[in-house]
Design a protein around this ligand. Structure first.
Ligand code: TYD
Length: 213
């Protein structure tokens, strides 16, 4: 039995169905009477919401990549100490929409910033708070883009306006990193029917839930 709660992260390129699966997972956990804390990056805290609007604002098109990297790291550091760590210590299940792996995939593989630099910055920003499990919703960026166009009424944000080859690199980044930590990352084929994806998620989650008090 674990002393603390659980920390589960959902990752994937924009339009991969990550948020749908996250919501299904939250409902499933709440049905089991678990205390669930649902949060996200960037913007999981009041301070983080301000950082998020800087990051996604289409008027900030010329943002320097290092500035972007540090804003994500700043958001994360505050988020971990303010929200994630206290919840895990209370024994809650934390479900987070994106975390440190997003920075490796987007700013590292996507923008081309040095992976070592990002790993060091992530190391500082997470304050030792490593997810128990990360679900990566994998999808072809062309399919993901079509999905976004079909379901979204509002204009794409600054990151969503990136070209397809950017998302190809991000996808490759996720898959490469997942191969290096197979015990902590579960890659899910996001192109399947949502019910089938969620069935696979449940099968992976069940044994973890048994470790909770
Ligand atoms: P959001 O609207 O939350 O996108 P999604 O619903 O797809 O999660 O916007 C977050 C954007 O920020 C998304 O395009 C991914 C990007 N991002 C990074 O580039 N680096 C990071 O470290 C994080 C956490 C997010």
């Amino acid at each position: 039995m674990r002393e603390k709660g659980l920390f589960i992260v959902f990752e994937g390129i924009d339009g991969s169905g990550k948020t749908t699966q996250l919501q299904k997972t939250v409902a499933f956990l709440e049905e089991r009477d678990l205390n669930v804390v649902v949060t996200r990056e960037p913007g999981g805290t009041t301070l983080g919401a301000k950082i998020r609007s800087l990051l996604l604002d289409v008027d900030n098109q010329g943002m320097d990549p290092l500035c972007e990297l540090m804003l994500y790291a700043a958001d994360r550091s505050h988020h971990v100490t303010d929200t994630i760590e206290p919840a895990i210590s209370r024994g809650d299940v934390v479900i987070c929409d994106r975390y440190a792996l997003s920075t490796l995939a987007y700013q590292g593989y996507g923008r081309g910033l040095p992976l070592d630099t990002i790993r060091s910055l992530n190391q500082m920003a997470i304050h030792g708070c490593v997810p128990d499990l990360t679900f990566i919703l994998d999808m072809d960026p062309i399919v993901a883009r079509t999905r976004i166009a079909r379901h979204r009424a509002q204009e794409p944000d600054r990151l969503e306006q990136e070209k397809l080859d950017f998302f190809e690199r991000v996808r490759h980044g996720y898959l490469t990193e997942a191969r290096q930590a197979p015990q902590r990352c579960a890659v899910m084929d996001g192109a399947r029917r949502p019910e089938d994806v969620f069935q696979s998620i449940k099968e992976i989650l069940e044994p973890l839930l048994c470790t909770l008090r």
